[in-house]
Design a protein around this ligand. Structure first.
Ligand SMILES: [Mn+2]
Length: 305
């Protein structure tokens, strides 16, 4: 089916056809452990993975996928970074392993809904179709176990309204610290030269405030769009900022990213939702393992004796 579309030379065909063929019978480079014993959720939402870039935190995502499972999984856009791949084809084995794991999940029976974002917009033309059990959609509506209706979309739909200062949302904090350091140097030099004080950090602070305002404005626009659709809430990604907020009675959920935050949004079987910060989950798992280790050693010693 995919070949038929590629013959029609759709937009981004050169990228799509550059991917290796996925053979689920072949083990991935990092072998997948047996799926039993995983933490189960009703639903998982992840987005902004940016496969095909060095920024993607593939190791943590593989750990996540090997530890959790769900009835339904939503891939909320920017899964593959077509913009970067078009410039330079970067595709390490670990990125292949992630696609392999997702396709394998679909084969095992997890319902997988893929909502392409702006970086993987070349897949939007396939909306309404399924490939390897992965449903491609422009947006989706999800009903939670307790009956709330959530609209699921990537979020770049709102860029046109707020294109200005977009880059600031991604640099905010790092930029602020850099500016503070620079500011210190600039004022030292100016003082030595007998020049009046000029605050670079004051300007930096204003810019950071803009970034915070950008995020707020984005969240409010998305919530307003959900209210217009008469749903109880919205799940999106795009701005790489995991968040839950109630905005005028609408639940705003952002599932974060796998570049810096490494977050996922999950729905428990009772409909309760939670944002997971995966580095924290790994840290917790390791302290738990350490706490249990002495008892296990003692038990095995007792058994041996
Ligand atoms: Mn995006």
């Amino acid at each position: 089916m995919l070949e038929a579309f590629l013959d029609g030379r759709p937009e981004g065909a050169e990228i799509i056809s550059a991917f290796p063929a996925f053979d689920l019978d072949h083990e991935p480079a990092t072998p997948e452990p047996e799926p039993d014993g995983r933490r189960l959720f009703r639903t998982i939402w992840i987005s902004d993975i940016h496969l095909g870039t060095k920024g993607c935190n593939a190791e943590l995502l593989i750990d996540f996928l090997d530890t959790v499972d769900s009835d339904t999984m939503y891939l909320v856009g920017d899964i593959i970074d077509g913009w970067r791949l078009k410039k330079k084809f970067y595709w390490p084995a670990s990125h292949n392993d992630i696609v392999w794991r997702i396709l394998k999940r679909a084969k095992r029976g997890t319902r997988i809904v893929y909502i392409p974002g702006n970086h993987d917009e070349m897949f939007r033309q396939f909306s309404g179709l399924s490939f390897g059990g992965v449903e491609i959609r422009r947006a989706a509506f999800h009903e939670t176990a307790d009956g709330r209706r959530l609209m699921v979309l990537h979020g770049d739909e709102f860029d046109g309204v707020m294109l200005a200062h977009r880059w600031l949302a991604f640099v905010g904090d790092a930029l602020y610290h850099l500016m503070m350091t620079l500011s210190h140097w600039v004022s030292t030099v100016r003082r030595r030269l007998g020049l009046p004080y000029w605050s670079l950090s004051k300007m930096a602070k204003r810019k950071v405030k803009n970034a915070v305002e950008f995020i707020y404005r984005f969240e409010e626009l998305v919530a307003r769009a959900a209210a217009a659709r008469k749903v109880d809430g919205v799940v999106c990604g795009h701005i790489h900022t995991a968040e839950f907020r109630m905005i005028d009675g609408i639940e705003y959920w952002n599932d974060g990213d796998w570049v810096e935050g490494c977050n996922a949004l999950v729905e428990h079987f009772d409909g309760r939702m939670e944002i997971l910060h995966w580095p924290d989950e790994i840290a917790r798992r390791e302290t738990d393992a350490e706490a249990h280790a002495p008892a296990e050693i003692a038990a095995s010693l007792a058994e041996a004796a």
